[in-house]
Design a protein around this ligand. Structure first.
Ligand code: OAD
Length: 247
């Protein structure tokens, strides 16, 4: 199965939807969660990325989050992000539903981006609800641990990401599933497809008649349901598809 086959499918799509995961940002230098060198090989996710852990000890949470935040803030979109933005600009892609919180799709020019796990670019005070850019909080982590809210002095500053044990952002989830039901093509990129409800999106799209393309470095549980499976790096495969389509 080839990039050419994927390009042919996308060329005729009217309502294609991309579902992306950490793999699409791997070539921007942000480690994935479960792949080789993944974050969850180093840490227990339920521990370091759960709301209980955060509430029990914000300093411990920020100690881990500090390094990932530093890497994510320095990261720039890679050719995979740019290719998805080009597909949207060329009318071949309706939207990107992403499990990523890094904001790199938007930075690369994608306009219709639905972040179902929230955004790590903003931090919110759980005491007074005020928000500030992650970059500002990140800049004072070396002198203040845990960071304090600039408005009320509270010590429960949490990135606006979904931690384990927290509810999903309902509006984003509703939108993502509506797009999945309307999609005629689902392009899955860089996700292990093991985290729910995101992993239900392929089933919903397929049930509604969508054709599925999977681009991932490793096999996924849904590969046998896909019409095209390309095992490779999204930063290489996606630009090739865009070239074949002709922009
Ligand atoms: P994972 O880390 O589970 O999966 C990333 C996938 O990308 C793996 O299957 C890799 O093989 C693949 N991959 C790595 N580099 C790639 C590349 N250059 N090109 C293409 N594929 C590549 O990440 P997600 O599926 O996004 O949730 O994980 C889902 C959720 O689990 C995350 O959003 C996060 C985590 O717990 C929350 O934080 C709520």
């Amino acid at each position: 199965m080839t990039a050419r086959h994927a390009a042919e499918i996308l060329f005729t799509a009217r309502r294609a939807l991309a579902l992306t995961g950490a793999g699409v940002s791997a070539e921007s230098g942000i480690p994935t969660f479960r792949g080789e060198g993944g974050l969850w090989k180093q840490y227990d996710p339920v521990k370091v990325a759960s709301i209980e852990y955060f509430m029990a000890d914000p300093s411990a949470y920020w100690t881990v989050s500090k390094e990932r935040g530093r890497v994510a803030l320095a990261a720039r979109p890679n050719p995979g992000h740019h290719a998805l933005a080009a597909l949207e600009a060329g009318g071949r892609l309706a939207a990107v539903v992403t499990q990523n919180t890094d904001g790199l799709h938007q930075e690369s020019g994608s306009r219709n981006v639905i972040e179902i796990h929230g955004s790590s670019r903003t931090v919110q005070c759980l005491d007074c609800a005020s928000r500030e850019p992650r970059a500002d909080v990140q800049a004072r982590l070396h002198e203040e641990m845990p960071p304090r809210c600039k408005v009320c002095g509270g010590t429960y500053l949490k990135p606006t990401v979904v931690l384990f044990g927290e509810p999903m952002p309902q509006a984003a989830i509703t939108k993502a599933f509506a797009l999945a039901r309307e999609a005629d093509v689902l392009l899955v990129v860089g996700s292990s497809l093991v985290v729910y409800p995101a992993a239900d999106i392929p089933l919903v799209a397929l049930r509604s008649g969508a054709r599925m393309i999977v681009i991932n470095a490793e096999p996924t549980p849904y590969d046998e349901l896909a019409e095209v499976v390309i095992q490779g790096r999204s930063g290489e495969v996606l630009p090739e598809i865009v070239d074949l389509i002709g922009g």
